[in-house]
Design a protein around this ligand. Structure first.
Ligand code: GRF
Length: 194
């Protein structure tokens, strides 16, 4: 059985979508671990309820990124990791994790990259007045929301309701992320050839 590790910092609706897709076999894998950098995050409860192991830390307790990433790496090396899925993990991955797992770490971003990088993508796109919104799944590199694009899905919206846009984006995320994860796990190639 293939194994996914999810990194998340917040609510965890994408974590939930991935978990449910594993249960329904839309994704032929299981979530082996949740890594969370925010001890208050709601996603932690979701993992605990489902019996998924967690690695929870507070970056403030460490000297630097390399220190907490070394702890994550030590844990990852004890399990089989086929794919790392960032799902609202609000930090750049540093070389400590990127080098050993390059090509096996992906992220979901709530905009059509390379437009609207960063933490406020939906609001930024809305304020800019775009008429085509979307979601991107991409490989991780050392830059913010950089890395090769693996999947995108777009929709037109001509209204003026930010909440409506957010809801539509999240509903697309919850379909596109599981679909893309399964494609990657199915592929015999590295994800960079997807
Ligand atoms: C999603 O919109 C994702 O695209 C972005 O962070 C958000 C996480 O939401 N990277 P959730 O915690 O999965 O609900």
């Amino acid at each position: 059985m293939k194994q996914i590790v999810v990194f998340a910092s917040g609510t965890g609706t994408n974590f939930d979508a991935i978990f449910k897709s594993c249960q329904s076999h839309e994704i032929e894998a299981k979530i082996a671990l949740l890594v969370c950098d925010n001890p208050q995050a709601k996603v932690i409860n979701k993992a605990i309820i489902e019996g998924i192991p967690t690695l929870i830390f507070n970056p403030k307790d460490y000297e630097n990124k390399a220190a907490y990433e070394t702890e994550i790496l030590d844990k990852l090396e004890t399990i089989q990791v086929d794919l790392i899925c960032l799902a609202g993990y609000m930090r750049l991955i540093g070389p400590t994790l990127l080098l050993p797992y390059q090509g096996r770490i992906i992220n979901i971003h709530p905009a059509l990259l390379p437009a609207f990088k960063g933490a406020h993508a939906i609001k930024d796109a809305f304020d800019f007045g775009v008429k085509v919104y979307g979601v991107t799944i991409h490989a991780i590199d050392q830059t913010i929301d950089g890395g090769q694009i693996l999947a995108q899905r777009a929709f037109e919206y001509h209204g003026h309701d930010l909440l409506e846009v957010e809801a539509k984006i999240h509903s697309i995320e919850h379909m596109l992320y599981p679909e893309t994860i399964q494609k990657i796990l199915n592929s015999q190639e590295t994800i960079l050839k997807l």
